[in-house]
Design a protein around this ligand. Structure first.
Ligand code: NCD
Ligand code: ZN
Length: 416
């Protein structure tokens, strides 16, 4: 048995522990001391559950000039993410069983981390054939990939998803609240797709949700959080927690839904600290610098982020701004629960997906370090605590901060 030692997050606190890892990559035993054939001692570094990022766009197949599965999942591992859920707006879009099967075949043996695949049913009738997807994604507004559906179709998807006991992740913006006008800056962009588009979409969702298992993607404001249907879960992106429309990012900061004001950002932080946000998800949505270097209104929406969510949050925790328990819950435990995957906690029987990190080692974020194919990050120059080592099912995929293994990622089958 392989033993990994360090100050591990177990049952809600840090303790000097030994984790015994079975040959199948699950955690077999957790004790003060354990003996095994191979012992890896991480001293007083922290061992936390690997992050589960339930909202990424790795761009394969079809858009691999922006990112690809090997590259995107390598960046994920560098940032401590050991499981991703991959969005369906690739080319062809994952709206049919055939596209889903082909996407799974294309990605096979190429992921550095474990992965689940979303599909995008365009109506209730499409849900049954797509039941092999881990979960569904629906867009209530236009975004990259033209997958928007109307409230009638959404109602059908929610009804059928309930019958199949599937999670539905919702991009909640109501396009009838969008405002016409020149969009030349981040401030214009936020005015064009305002907060009431978010609250209005959530009110519609609340009316038609019935008993569906719903998760609201990237909430941007306090008002939005207040409008999340009772019983639904929600996520926020570090984009909306660490950046706002006052930053000089130009089109690199153009994302859907838009960055908001500094006050909105602070309100989102307060809500996060007090436990009102279930999950942190990056919405990693890379576009090339060339694609972003056009007039603001023509630039695509989206920014990369899979490698920076955990490091940014751990840095804030180290600074005393955020409880470590919140970081672990929002990056690992809750997203694993919401997706229904055996991840997200250091527990006997769970997969040994682990982050080893020394919070005293603070780095300035540089795009080069993240290995993004697109070559840029909107968080350039901010501080982060990156993992030194990352384990996927007990095997090192990052060592000394550098990628150490490729192609070990497995497709996670839906639990329902
Ligand atoms: C995403 C993309 O580019 O794929 N863009 C974004 O701004 N979030 C699409 C999306 O998830 O809306
Ligand atoms: Zn997205």
């Amino acid at each position: 048995m392989r033993i990994i030692k360090g100050r591990a997050w177990y049952r809600g606190r840090l303790d000097a522990l030994s984790l015994g890892i079975d040959d199948d990559g699950t955690i077999a035993s957790i004790r003060k001391t354990l003996r095994g054939d191979e012992e890896i001692d991480h001293g007083d570094a922290l061992i936390l559950p690997g992050a589960v990022d339930m909202h990424v766009h790795m761009r394969e197949p079809g858009l691999t000039h922006k990112d690809d599965f090997a590259s995107g999942t390598r960046s994920a591992a560098i940032g401590g993410v050991t499981t991703i859920a991959e969005m369906p707006n690739t080319l062809p879009p994952v709206t049919t069983a055939m596209a889903l099967d082909e996407k799974a075949a294309t990605l096979k043996h190429r992921g550095v981390v474990d992965y689940a695949l979303y599909a995008a049913p365009r109506s209730g009738d499409a849900v049954g054939p797509l039941r092999n997807a881990a979960a569904f994604k629906v867009y209530m507004a236009p975004s990259t990939g033209d997958l928007q559906i109307g409230p009638g179709e959404l109602e059908g998807v929610l009804r059928e998803a309930t019958a199949h006991r599937k999670l539905v992740v919702v991009h909640a913006e109501d396009p009838s609240k969008f405002r016409a006008g020149k969009v030349l800056s981040l401030v214009d962009h936020a005015a064009a797709r305002p907060k009431d588009a978010e609250t209005s979409a959530l009110a519609i969702l609340d009316r038609i949700r019935a008993n569906a298992k719903v998760h609201v993607a990237h909430v941007t404001s306090r008002e939005g959080l207040d409008a999340v249907p009772r019983g639904a879960t929600c996520e926020a992106s570090p984009l909306h927690l660490f950046l706002d429309m006052t930053r000089p990012l130009g089109a690199q900061g153009k994302v859907f839904p838009p960055l908001r004001s500094r006050e909105d950002r602070e309100a989102l932080w307060d809500a996060f600290r007090s436990g009102r946000i279930d999950a942190i998800a990056s919405d990693h949505a890379p576009h090339t610098l060339d694609e972003k270097s056009v007039p603001f209104d023509q630039a695509p929406g989206g920014a990369p982020g899979v490698a920076t969510s955990f490091p940014l949050l751990l840095r804030r925790s180290r600074a005393g701004d955020l409880e470590l328990s919140r970081v672990v819950a929002a990056t690992a435990l809750r997203p694993a629960e919401i997706l229904g995957v055996p991840k997200g906690a250091i527990e006997v029987g769970r997969d040994a997906d682990l982050i080893v990190v020394d919070p005293r080692r603070i780095e300035t974020i540089r795009a080069k370090r993240l290995r993004y194919k697109c070559g840029w990050t909107p968080f350039e120059g901010m501080e982060g605590c990156f993992p030194t080592d990352v384990y996927l099912r007990g095997e090192a995929i990052v060592e000394d901060g550098e990628p150490a293994a490729e192609g070990r990622g497995r497709l996670l089958r839906p639990s329902a």
